[in-house]
Ligand binder design. Structure first.
Ligand SMILES: N[C@@H](CCC(=O)N[C@@H](CS)C(=O)NCC(=O)O)C(=O)O
Length: 271
């Protein structure tokens, strides 16, 4: 709304802050970018996000909000133009599922998702029905759903491939590729995850196209394989070329150097 005061506490190389920038830009909202020094966090960040002390934080008319996906949902509710989440409740829930899947993918220790991977048409409903089925079984045995699952996320699989070597790296890279392949099934037959226009899921996962490629380049592995995930590969390229998306991207050379430094720090001391 005109006259609103909107501030984004972020960091240039943060994919989570980038998500929020994309949402604000797609909505055409004027905002003030506040660059944080993550090694020396400002009193404002500590005051606005005392729980996690992380960016991004959106401050709307003095009210702070943390967690990128939560922030994007808030933006979508407050500024109705160019909707990001679908209107239909089921479609909306599916969009949330995929966004969560990218950040936070669950993999059962035994074979629930393995079964899902083997399905020919590896769609959302297949994944969901396996998870729900598993959840019901756990409930009937009075077990904790969460304790029965090992948490392996898309992002940590990429991070492990980025920081480990040898067998461990290969295993993580395979896992990251499997996760990305599963994510691809959410795209089936659409230009964007949001359909004809960019939506919530595109914003949530679009950064992986760039970050995973750079991480792969630094350690000499290919995480986004055009042959095995042609739709996702084409989507990453298409999405990152959309002018509003592209203009928010950090300079690629600077990001590459930054990630090289990050890699050095994370692997220091490991042989
Ligand atoms: N789940 C959070 C992740 C935010 C996050 O990891 N922020 C990082 C920068 S990319 C940060 O603030 N790191 C500094 C720290 O943790 O001390 C979100 O989606 O907003």
């Amino acid at each position: 709304m005109a006259g609103d005061s909107v501030k984004l506490l972020g960091y240039w190389a943060s994919p989570y802050a980038l998500r929020v920038k994309w949402a604000l830009k797609l909505k055409g909202i004027q905002y003030q970018d506040v660059e944080e020094d993550l090694k020396n966090k400002s009193p404002m960040l500590l005051q606005y996000n005392p729980v996690r002390k992380q960016i991004p934080v959106l401050v709307h008319d003095g009210k702070p909000l943390a967690e990128s996906l939560v922030i994007i949902e808030y933006i979508d509710e407050v500024w109705k133009q160019n909707p990001l989440l679908p209107q239909d409740p089921y479609e909306r829930a599916k969009a949330r599922f995929w966004a969560k899947f990218a950040d936070d993918k669950w993999k059962e220790r035994k074979n629930c998702l393995k079964r899902v991977y083997q399905l020919e048409n590896n769609e959302y409903s297949n994944i969901m029905s396996s998870i729900i089925e598993r959840e019901q079984q756990s409930e009937s045995r009075n077990e904790s759903f969460i304790s029965d699952f090992k948490r392996i996320t898309c992002v940590p699989a990429i991070m492990t491939a980025f920081t480990k070597k040898g067998e461990e790296q290969e295993k993580a890279a395979k896992e990251a590729r499997e996760n990305l392949k599963t994510l691809e099934s959410g795209l089936a037959g659409k230009r964007f995850f949001g359909g004809e226009t960019i939506g919530f899921v595109d914003i949530a996962v679009g950064w992986l196209g760039c970050w995973a490629r750079i991480a792969g380049k630094i350690v000499g592995i290919n995480l986004i394989d055009a042959e095995t995930m042609p739709l996702l590969d084409a989507w990453f390229q298409d999405f990152l070329e959309v002018p509003i998306i592209k203009e928010c991207m950090p300079p690629q050379d600077k990001l590459l150097e930054h990630m090289k430094g990050f890699h050095k720090t994370l692997t220091a001391g490991s042989s």
